[in-house]
Design a protein around this ligand. Sequence first.
Ligand code: UDP
Ligand code: MG
Length: 317
Amino acid sequence: MRRKISVVVPSYNEEGNIEVLANRLVQVLKTVPYDYEVIFVDDGSSDHTLDRLKSLGSLDANLYYLELSRNFGHQNALKAGYDSANGDAIISMDGDMQHPPELIPQFLEKWEEGYDVVYTTREYQDEATFFKTKSSDLFYGVLNSLSETKLEKGTADFRLIDRKVANVLVSLTENGLFIRGLIKWLGFKQYSINYVCDARFSGSSKYNLKKMINFAVQGITAFSVRPLYMATGLGLFFSVAALLFIPYILYSYFSGEAVSGWASLLTTIVFFGGIQLMVLGIIGMYLGKLFMQSKQRPNYIIRSTNLQRVNHDLVKL
Ligand code: UDP
Ligand code: MG
């Protein structure tokens, strides 16, 4: 029996990219000796993305869409795709042509060699993405220094995973998804491919600074509790320092030296106030994650789909 490849594409306001991508994908998928399906996940787009997706059927009968009830974010949209795909291997990629479909045969080759995960690390080519490259490098640097799960710089959500990896991923019910970290954490036999990231074909990046910071915080707090320990360490350090200061204060009191400047006093108060707030914030961040997780809300909700096997009211954790 021919095996089947699923391709999952989270798409948020990608009206200008859908048709080009679908065409290029079909062109590539027709050349490989597998059955295939492409599942576009419309992540609550406010443009004509969904209309474009609905009309893809005329191009190829193996193109499907999944409409989420609102914008749930890239990672949740990706999870929706993984959950509903039923291929023997699942490939995920962005819907903006930054991930060249022409790499897919290479993924499949490695898969045939026995690798369970074929992931990619990107290289940017143009200068315009200087900020993105630098901020991305910084993020991976911080993440790797804090977490046991190490990710290579520029790891992207452009990868192939085998059915057995997908089964584990689908069974995970955690909120605050950081899928590239989860995949690394899962283990299995992994192979990395380096590729040059193309420029976006149409539209602009959906990750503004705020979303990028959220994503980075999400990634770090999902994989490391070290910031909590660091908070304890920081508190300990300053308490000891304060203790050491007491003999000096007592000495100046008894020797009759008046403490003069309020500036030093004020600086100390502001400094410690800041540290305390920061530490409380770190603790609050984790507490918030626990709170959200305890509600057991689904990561996404499906509004409609033309995939027969997916229940219209399917709600997956
Ligand atoms: N995306 C999504 N939901 C969102 C934001 C982004 O599904 O809330 C999709 C987007 O359509 C694209 C992919 O995630 O296919 C990556 O987003 P983008 O290209 O904007 O990120 P960048 O490449 O700039 O990091
Ligand atoms: Mg992009």
